[in-house]
Write a protein that binds this ligand. Structure first.
Ligand code: AMP
Ligand code: GLY
Length: 427
């Protein structure tokens, strides 16, 4: 079968790497791809916002499955268009993708189905949003309703800060995404990411992970797209995973099906493990980046039949096998990120750094020029390693990082620290 992957990040490199290993894959294409993806797929320019062009390409190349990586084209309805054209596509419809595309939509779904989540209000004007915030008291969380590239959430430590955030959102700081604002209770606990593969009616728990959003060691500094991740997340015991399935994932899948808009694809629950148990912070309707990189590293089963089973609605009785080992992925970013950074520097010694079979270097912002790999974005490489536990996997990942010749890059030095403290028996 010929397969097309849409996207250009480390997540899509990891997906292409896993898909290329499947005996079911004949030709693998990636649009637009990046410098690393060229090793496992044929990369091409194709505007994912132009569904007609994607459909024409799929017909021309006899594509049997399209895998949509990022949320943008999912929320915009690319899967609906492919579906109408009779082309199999992995991922949710535009309606179902509202689980990520509209925070208010998800909060209302939680409220109607008793899914544990922070208390909230939805607002379209500043006066009522501020009144609600001041009733709830600080700290309080202010969110733009729509997609804001992970930036539309403000944790306000005081009511003054909350009021400022509300004013800024309604003034258009996040554009259309902030036309509606959700104000919600601040949850305390440890965060974890939980991934389930869903086929409209059935959900299969995949694996757990944690990511590090802040740019600096010790989880300080500005938020980023993610500076590293590890899997499994030790906070997620088997009993907690079962509660997440029973109390959060399955009621969501059932509610979407009952509404006539079954969810298919990857349901990614951002969780807060509070004293009361797991609560939903937010849903994403696709794999996390860089969480996908550690999941693909641990996945032993062929991912292609799993994706096809999700599309075809036959995930019941399906099983996925995972390595016992832990995986750690360290993001190398261009100096200056998440602020402004330079582009075009050459990255050397990548082959040497990834020679060990327990190391994979997934590319994000890179491009290939002849034999050279050049940095072309903020987050550039995801140096990913397997190990007997998170401590060992982290050690291996940093050994590989240290072999890479790229003076213009930097990384955090503490990816996985919570798990490593647990493994050392400190918490
Ligand atoms: P999001 O962009 O929705 O992933 O939110 C970004 C981050 O904000 C999350 O990963 C949490 O760390 C934090 N956050 C969001 N909502 C809450 C909440 N209700 N309570 C505490 N922290 C939150
Ligand atoms: N790693 C967070 C995300 O993919 O949204």
């Amino acid at each position: 079968m010929n397969i097309l992957v849409i996207g250009s990040g480390g997540r899509e490199h990891a997906l292409c790497w896993a898909i290329a290993a499947s005996p079911l894959t004949d030709r693998l294409f990636c649009a637009p791809g990046n410098g690393g993806i060229t090793q496992v797929a044929e990369c091409l320019e194709l505007d994912s916002g132009d569904a007609d062009a994607v459909i024409a390409f799929c017909r021309d190349r006899d594509i049997g499955l399209v895998v949509v990586g990022p949320e943008g084209p999912l929320v915009a309805g690319l899967v609906d268009r492919l579906d109408d054209a009779g082309i199999k596509a992995f991922g949710p419809s535009a309606y179902a993708a509202q689980l990520e595309g509209s925070k208010g939509f998800t909060k209302d779904l939680c409220a109607s189905n008793n899914i544990p989540t922070a208390a909230y209000g939805r607002f379209t004007d500043a006066v009522s949003a501020k009144a609600f915030a001041s009733d709830m008291g600080a700290p309080i969380v202010i969110k733009a309703d729509g997609l804001a590239a992970g930036k539309g959430v403000i944790i306000a430590e005081s009511i003054e800060e909350a009021e400022k955030a509300i004013d800024e959102m309604f003034a258009g700081r996040f554009g259309e995404a902030g036309a509606e604002v959700v104000v919600e209770e601040f949850l305390e606990g440890e965060e974890a990411s939980f991934f389930a593969l869903v086929d409209g009616a059935n959900a299969l728990a995949m694996a757990t992970a944690q990511d590090h959003k802040r740019v600096g060691d010790g989880d300080v500094g500005p938020n980023t797209g993610g500076m590293g991740a590890y899997s499994p997340a030790p906070v997620m015991t088997e009993a907690l995973c079962q509660r997440v399935m029973d109390e959060i994932i399955l009621p969501t899948v059932q509610a979407m099906a009952a509404a006539g808009h079954p969810f298919k694809g990857v349901l990614y629950a951002g969780l807060m493990i509070t004293e009361k148990g797991p609560e939903l912070i937010e849903y994403n309707c696709r794999f996390g980046d860089p969480e996908c990189q550690v999941l693909m590293m641990r996945l032993m089963s062929d991912i292609v039949p799993a994706m096809l089973a999700s599309v075809d609605g036959v995930l019941d009785n399906f099983d996925l096998r995972w390595r016992e080992e832990a995986a750690v992925s360290v993001v190398m970013a261009a100096r200056g990120y998440p602020g402004s950074y330079g582009k075009g520097s050459r990255i050397g010694d990548l082959a040497e750094a990834s020679a060990d079979e327990d190391i994979e270097i997934f590319h994000a912002g890179t491009r290939r020029e002849g034999d050279d790999i050049l940095a072309s974005g903020g987050r550039v490489l995801n140096v990913t390693a397997l190990g007997a536990n998170v401590t060992k996997a982290q050690q291996r990942a940093y050994e590989a990082v240290d072999k890479i010749d790229w003076a213009e890059g930097f990384c955090r030095r503490d990816i996985g620290w919570r798990a490593i403290e647990r493994e050392a028996g400190k918490t």
